[in-house]
Design a protein around this ligand. Structure first.
Ligand code: F6R
Length: 244
């Protein structure tokens, strides 16, 4: 795993947006999986601006959802789907046939997970994943202690994820007990994975991700097991790392 440290959030976001564009220019039919959350907001804004300014063709790309809050309707502000639609798909006029997101209202969520895994397989696998990292080290909704062998699955959300999620994404109380997420096997099989993190509050998280023993007790350590991964952080998030 490569580690890149940027001066600030702006520099990190610019580099991350350029990384997505590089992937697409190298493979115009790329299968992309892009996380939601606060960390990538500026990355996606810069990505969208550059795609439009340079008239880059995305018509052959496929977009796969990383995760979703079980039971939260897609149109509700705070859902992952709402975020991706508003920040990426609508501004870039991505066709719905190119987008495959979890249906968090599915009556059979196990079947929904199988459906997503089948889509990924049919598309030949995920080429590029951009993920954030939770305060508990989660990747997607792969919470501490998750089974590393899992592909898409439904998971009981950790207390930290529920508390942070309620506060950060929803303006009224919601019932967010479970998440539906791609698994760490989907992550490990992705051709290339980038994790981004910024700000002082992520400094202890990045320290653990980089220095703790690799294992699902802190899922972000799995980044270091990936065959082709890059950790992109700003100086604040890197501030607790042992200096070389
Ligand atoms: C969101 C997701 C989560 C976030 C993580 C960090 O799709 O999968 O794992 O990436 O919770 O969120 P932020 O970026 O808001 O700190």
């Amino acid at each position: 795993m490569e580690l890149k440290i940027f001066k600030d959030y702006e520099a990190l976001s610019l580099a991350a947006s350029e990384e997505i564009i590089r992937v697409i220019k190298t493979n115009p039919a790329a299968v992309l999986c892009l996380a939601t959350g606060q960390s990538p907001v500026l990355t996606y804004q810069l990505f969208v601006e550059k795609i439009i300014a340079e008239n880059i063709d995305l018509s052959r790309c496929t977009f796969i959802g990383l995760d979703e809050w079980v039971g939260i309707p897609p149109e509700m502000e705070g859902s992952c789907q709402h975020f991706l639609q508003n920040k990426i798909f609508k501004p870039l006029q991505i066709k719905s046939s190119q987008i495959h997101l979890f249906n968090a209202l599915a009556t059979d969520v196990t079947e929904e997970c199988k459906r997503m895994d089948r889509i990924i397989e049919e598309k030949g696998g995920i080429d590029f994943m951009l993920v954030g990292v939770g305060m508990n080290g989660h990747i997607g909704f792969n919470e501490p202690g998750v089974d590393i062998n899992k592909y898409a699955h439904v998971i009981e959300l950790d207390e930290t994820t529920k508390a942070v999620g309620q506060k950060k994404y929803f303006d009224k109380p919601v019932n967010i007990g479970k998440g539906i997420t791609l698994g760490l096997q989907n992550f490990l099989e992705a051709g290339y994975a980038v994790m981004i993190a910024n700000g002082n509050k992520k400094a202890p998280v990045i320290k653990k991700a980089m220095e703790e023993e690799i294992g699902t007790q802190f899922p972000a350590t799995i980044m270091r097991m990936h065959k082709n991964s890059m950790m992109m952080v700003d100086e604040e998030a890197a501030s607790l790392l042992d200096k070389p």
